[in-house]
Design a protein around this ligand. Structure first.
Ligand code: 4AD
Ligand code: MG
Length: 466
């Protein structure tokens, strides 16, 4: 048995019986003093949403010694007895026999005095916001979702692959990469009027990855079913509630899957994650349902039980063109769908998740497999009500000539991707995969309005505080 450091609040609140000797360590959320000579402290240690009530007798010596420094935000260790609480709010409370103050928090200055704060304000104190109910609940749900991402794939025999963060290739071809360099940017070495990257750290131009897919494909062409789950970076100047410059992505890549198999896996994956959270994060989910989005439990339960709608891109365009809805961006065949279109289809038309597939080749990256019509590629996006796109994926082009031709059309130099083309040269196989934006998932599950509030330290244009 490891040494006992303290009793976690969550364990005490779920106790089946009184316990003669417990030690609670945590932060004071509230303090109330009664006329009868007692103080009631609510202590939270992050192990669950609610805190445990501690009753401290004013005659207690160790209490008298610290009482004037014991405010909201202070950190304490409390020894005492776990007993049934007479109050209606909680089953158990702790009667203190000894109180030790680890660190006080000046009541005049501690920024989290008030009960409620705006999320904008909390973003400015990203070092203290984990002590709020909402951010605590978000991070517990985020933690559970990470666990169940691994559980889903491990249970199905997928291999967890660590793909590189620094890369020399732009997977999505959108040129939205953060450059990585050790060159002196004030005076870079030049060659024929251009920066001489042969003198850079890696001897070539490199950047932070936008996706682990290309490296994932390499391993799928040997180990058949793999997934990545790691940070990705996009230097896109999107100041929306659904975009981050640094976000986490889950990317499975499967040999021998075609586009339909890929969509089946994506649907099963989303349902698995939602069901798991509903079963294992009940208290936090009830909190979100009460305070953040009153329909969230109903929405998630509905999705677990439904069949996702699957429609061709061309049919989606047709529906949008026919609709009487006023969109900011008009649609025509060949255009990228905007979030307003995606939400309209999933929220208003189908009222459930929608998978759109077979997109025009012109708006999709070079690696997607061309359909026989030569106009569309085997791409798919999964759209969720209120959120829009959560997953983007495709069957990959596995024909060497077709892939080379498509690269050239997109202005990519096949020589730079010789290793990617080798996969089609030696033992090529049909294969598919997708990428799920992990923060979008956490956002959807919790009902949080802004993606910046579901990642511990959000990075967005002009914002990267510590
Ligand atoms: O659709 P995307 O760009 O697809 C890829 O990167 C493929 N290489 C994935 C693959 O097939 N292996 O991104 C995948 C998902 C999106 O559906 C979205 O959920 C999320 O990543 N995403 C973002 N999330 C937060 N902030 C951003 N700036 C995001 N960009 C994409
Ligand atoms: Mg996409």
């Amino acid at each position: 048995m490891p040494k006992k450091i303290r009793d976690k609040v969550n364990d005490l609140l779920n106790s089946e019986e009184e316990i003669a000797n417990v030690i609670v360590k945590g932060w004071v959320r509230t303090r109330r003093d009664s006329k009868g000579g007692f103080s009631f402290l609510e202590i939270n240690d992050g192990s669950c949403l609610v805190g445990i009530q501690v009753v401290a007798d004013h005659n207690l010596k160790s209490y008298q010694a610290v009482a004037e420094h014991l405010h909201t935000g202070s950190c304490v260790a409390i020894t005492g007895k776990l007993v049934a609480s007479p109050g209606k709010e909680q089953k158990w409370e702790v009667h203190a026999s000894e109180i030790e103050l680890y660190g006080s928090a000046d009541a005049e200055k501690y920024p989290l005095q008030k009960k409620r704060h705006s999320f904008e304000f909390l973003r400015e104190i990203a070092h203290l916001r984990p002590r709020t109910n909402t951010i605590g609940a978000v991070m517990r749900v985020r933690n559970r979702l990470s666990y169940s991402v691994h559980k889903f794939f491990q249970d199905r025999g997928f291999l967890y692959l660590h793909t590189p963060i620094i890369t020399a290739s732009d997977c999505e071809g959108a040129g939205e990469m953060f450059q990585v360099t050790t060159l002196n940017l004030d005076q870079p070495p030049m060659n024929n009027g251009k920066t001489d990257y042969s003198q850079d750290f890696f001897g070539k131009k490199t950047a932070l990855t936008v996706s682990g897919q290309l490296e994932g494909e390499i391993y799928a062409m040997a180990l058949s079913d793999i997934y990545t789950f790691g940070p990705t970076f996009r230097a896109e100047n999107s100041n929306t509630s659904r975009h981050l410059a640094e976000f986490w992505m889950v990317e499975p890549e499967m040999a021998f899957y075609d586009l339909d198999d890929d969509i089946d896996l994506a649907e099963e994956f989303i349902k698995f994650l939602l069901k798991d959270v509903l079963e294992n994060c009940q208290q936090d989910m009830e909190f979100f349902n009460k305070r953040i989005d009153k329909t969230i439990l109903q929405t998630l339960t509905g999705i677990v039980d439904c069949d996702f709608e699957r429609i061709h891109y061309s049919d989606a365009i047709h529906m949008l063109e026919k609709s009487s809805e006023k969109f900011v961006y008009s649609v025509e065949w060949g255009c990228n769908l905007q979030s307003e279109h995606e939400r309209y289809l999933s929220e208003k038309v189908f009222k459930k998740p929608v998978v759109i597939y077979n997109y025009p080749e012109g708006i999709k990256p070079f690696y997607m497999k061309m359909n026989e019509d030569k106009e569309t590629v085997r791409a798919m996006d999964v759209l969720l009500p209120k959120l829009g796109e959560i997953i983007g994926g495709s069957q990959r082009e596995d024909d060497l000539d077709a892939l080379t031709a498509r690269m050239k059309e997109k202005g990519l130099d096949p020589k730079e991707y010789w290793w990617y083309l080798d996969l089609r040269r030696y033992g090529s196989a049909p294969h598919s995969g997708f990428g799920l934006g992990f923060e979008r998932l956490v956002q959807f599950v919790t009902g949080m309005e802004n993606i910046r509030d579901v990642i511990p330290f959000p990075r967005t244009p002009k914002h990267a505080s510590f």
